[in-house]
Design a protein. Structure first.
Length: 316
């Protein structure tokens, strides 16, 4: 099944691919479900964003639905960290319960290892400290299949391992999940703007940084090349991250691939508006709308933003 057939079969995917102007129906709300906590927690720097328990997340989704949001990007944070096994029970039960209670939503699930490994990295390493690409792809694609089997509507690989889109597509197709779309973090830079997220997802690396697999912000050609590669490997949607500091790449990637290009307004970008507002330098919602208008101006087809739950009210 090709991407165009997958997209045509689903109204939510048609909304994302629509070349019309950015609106709240083209926005995706991130959610964090954390196994180790007993009560929902605020995320520092991100007003109105929480680390939810496996029960409080239902109230959050219900509230978001009332505010016009139907697409979500779920980050699952297991209690046990391991470099050899996956917390499949937690992943499966959380996704199943969400989809059973809210069959009307479209649930994307982030596919990465950073919240599950002891290292906080998005991959596994060999005995010499080098990325073990084969083992990393095996685990990541296994995770993608676990999500699909549990009822996830879409897979969103964020790890930036070479070849992971092709690996995921083959794993899904071989197991009968031909209609599950892949929304790839196709152009993702090693950035200073991920701080609040790493606290929320328990994903800060315990050593080094992610220079060996995330993109160098200075490299224009590779930033376009990785999106072209992911398109060729079977991604249904492409994404630039961080959103505002990658804004110059939306148009050339769209021209090269002919695909809908989204952006992720990351935690540091969102938090900067909060802290500027806190100090009295701007009105938070005015600043937020200004950034959204920039995304709209450059032709972004969809937007992942922590403020999606406010978008319908703000736009209307």
């Amino acid at each position: 099944m090709d991407r165009y057939l997958r997209i045509k079969q689903n109204q939510f995917l048609r909304n994302l691919a629509d070349s019309g102007s950015l609106n709240y129906k083209k926005m995706i709300q991130p959610l964090f479900c954390v196994e180790s906590i007993q009560e929902k927690e605020s995320v520092k720097g991100l007003p109105g964003v929480f680390r939810d328990t496996n029960t409080s997340i239902f109230d959050q989704i219900e509230s978001d639905l009332k505010n016009g949001i139907h697409q979500f990007l779920l980050f699952l944070v297991p209690e046990k960290k391991s470099d050899t096994s996956l917390e499949i029970d937690f992943y499966q039960s959380t996704i199943q319960k969400i989809k059973n209670k809210f069959p009307e939503i479209f649930l994307w699930v982030d596919t990465c290892l950073c919240s599950a490994t002891t290292t906080g990295h998005c991959c596994h390493f060999d005995d010499k400290g080098k990325i073990d690409l084969v083992r990393s792809l095996e685990k990541l694609s296994e995770l993608a299949l676990v999500y699909a089997e549990a009822g996830a509507d879409g897979i969103a690989p964020s790890d930036m391992m070479d070849g992971r889109v092709l690996s995921h597509r083959r794993k899904l197709d071989d197991n009968g999940f031909l209609s599950i779309p892949i929304m790839s973090y196709s152009t993702k830079f090693k950035s200073n703007f991920y701080g609040p997220f790493r606290g929320a997802a328990e994903s800060a690396p315990s050593f080094g940084d992610r220079s060996s697999y995330q993109l160098d912000v200075r490299d224009f050609e590779s930033a376009i090349g990785t999106s072209i590669r992911d398109a060729n490997e079977g991604a249904d949607f492409l994404m630039v991250k961080p959103g505002l500091t990658s804004i110059d790449l939306v148009s050339p990637i769209k021209e090269k691939t002919g695909m809908a290009i989204g952006a992720y307004q990351v935690s540091g970008e969102y938090a900067s508006l909060h802290y500027l507002s806190k100090e009295g330098f701007l009105n938070f919602e005015d600043g937020l709308v200004e950034t959204w208008n920039v995304f709209r101006r450059v032709g972004t087809s969809f937007l992942i933003t922590y403020g999606a739950r406010h978008a319908k009210r703000i736009f209307e």
